[in-house]
Design a binder for this molecule. Structure first.
Ligand SMILES: [Zn+2]
Ligand SMILES: [Zn+2]
Length: 434
């Protein structure tokens, strides 16, 4: 159930029940009502998820994360996918998606794929188990583990890998017979359990169990911005920290008022992504050998080929993920940086929601790179039919990583801050502002 902390319902709760929260996306101070199990609270101004109360908040995440790790182990033990073409057969294990790339001298791509689909997801699941165990026993270094967990989260790409598998099968099914092994089904379960484990862990709840939320020395009021009341947010543990204090008293992280040089860093990363996007489209992403004939394909030529072959749904998915999303993300991020330089009244009302959308959707562009890794691991019939990754795949992966870093280094609170010359004496109010 979604529960918006509106100004009215916030007032119905007594001060003892309520906790003040500062929205990390729009900097609005607001009351967080005491949540019942199963309820969630979102920011009244920008809709950002602020808090949740989960049923069985210790056991359920541990069970999901533990089962996910077990499924990941099974996914690595048995045959993943087998392919039969022209009287030959080839078998792929889950680990082959990285090891084959390594053998084909694409070490960087191999490491990236291994990190995205094995190491990072496994580390996240281990971190969730450790932190939940830490709620029962006082384990050391919980602060560090919690910090690392949320840093790694966007780089876990098992869901995108599953989409990559489906695209690869659709591409191959016309030329070959595909048979799914037990590890494939274990991987599908791993994917579901991994997503579920993240869903039932709430950052605010997690930190409240590690250490109680410190009360800021200054009296802050709901309905006004943190900036106007001299309080800032610790992005690591969600605590409110007075502007005069350099470090968070709960997690001891250095807390800047706003991310340092956020717009400059975002612009630099976007510029690098834009420059790399040109070679990423010109260089071959994949080399296919079919009956002794070698064909290099770029993102666009591969797309056109699929369209000519009548694989319209896959062509559309690749068009969206590899062409439209990266270009749109770069343009929108430039536009958001420009917005922060305009007076408050001229900024768009939904800019924060647009930021969240491009941030979420951006990682899906990695699907084409993972498709190349899957095809290279699976299609290995020497001169009859083989697929090798091209240098374009690594360059394209770099573009996606740069745009993800650009979104991460952008501070969405800047979209709600008045310009420096207008900041003196500013008091926003949630009920009246825009
Ligand atoms: Zn907000
Ligand atoms: Zn903190």
């Amino acid at each position: 159930m979604l529960l918006s902390t509106t100004a009215n319902n916030a007032e119905q709760h007594s001060a003892a029940e309520d906790e003040l929260a500062l929205c990390p996306h729009c900097d609005l101070v607001q009351h967080l009502p005491l949540l019942q199990p199963g309820e969630e609270a979102s920011c009244v101004r920008c809709g950002h998820h602020l808090d949740a109360c989960h049923i069985e908040s210790v056991m359920r995440p541990m069970l999901y994360a533990g089962s996910a790790l077990f499924m990941l182990l099974l996914a690595n033990l048995f045959p993943f996918v087998s392919m039969f073409a022209a009287g030959n057969s080839s078998e792929m294990n889950f680990f082959d998606t990285s090891s084959v790339l390594f053998q084909q001298h694409q070490q960087w791509l191999a490491i990236l794929v291994w990190l995205f689909i094995q190491a990072v997801p496994a580390a996240c699941m281990l971190a969730i188990i450790y932190l939940k165990l830490g709620m029962l026993y006082r384990l050391p270094a919980r602060t560090w583990v919690a910090r690392v967990l949320y840093m790694l989260k966007p780089w876990s790409m098992v869901d995108i890998f599953l989409m990559g598998l489906i695209i690869s099968f659709v591409k191959l099914v016309a030329d070959a017979d595909i048979s799914l092994g037990p590890s494939f089904w274990a991987f599908c379960l791993f994917c579901l359990l991994h997503l579920r484990a993240f869903q039932v862990v709430d950052r605010r709840e997690l930190w409240s169990k590690i250490a109680p939320n410190p009360k800021p020395q200054l009296a802050a009021h709901a309905g006004k911005s943190g900036l106007a009341q001299n309080v800032k947010l610790c992005k690591v543990c969600t605590a409110m920290v007075p502007v005069t204090q350099t470090h968070c008293s709960r997690c001891h992280t250095k807390v800047p008022l706003r991310r340092k040089a956020s717009v400059q860093n975002t612009l630099a990363l976007l510029l690098a992504a834009t420059l790399l996007y040109i070679p990423a489209n010109l260089l071959p992403i994949m080399r296919t050998i079919s009956f002794g004939e070698t064909t290099d394909s770029t993102i666009i030529s591969g797309l056109l080929l699929m369209w000519q072959d009548g694989a319209y749904p896959v062509a559309i998915i690749i068009l969206i993920a590899s062409v439209l999303v990266p270009v749109a993300k770069i343009i929108i991020m430039f536009w958001l940086c420009y917005l922060t330089r305009l007076p408050l009244a001229q900024r768009q009302r939904y800019s924060t929601q647009i930021y969240r959308l491009v941030d979420w959707v951006g990682r899906w562009s990695m699907v084409d790179v993972l498709v190349v890794a899957i095809m290279a691991a699976l299609v290995r019939f020497d001169l009859l039919m083989s697929v090798y990754p091209g240098v374009g795949a690594l360059v394209f992966a770099a573009v996606v990583i740069l745009t993800m870093l650009a979104a991460l280094s952008f501070d969405p609170r800047l979209l709600w801050d008045p310009l420096p010359e207008q900041q003196k004496g500013v008091r926003f109010d949630a009920a009246t502002e825009r």
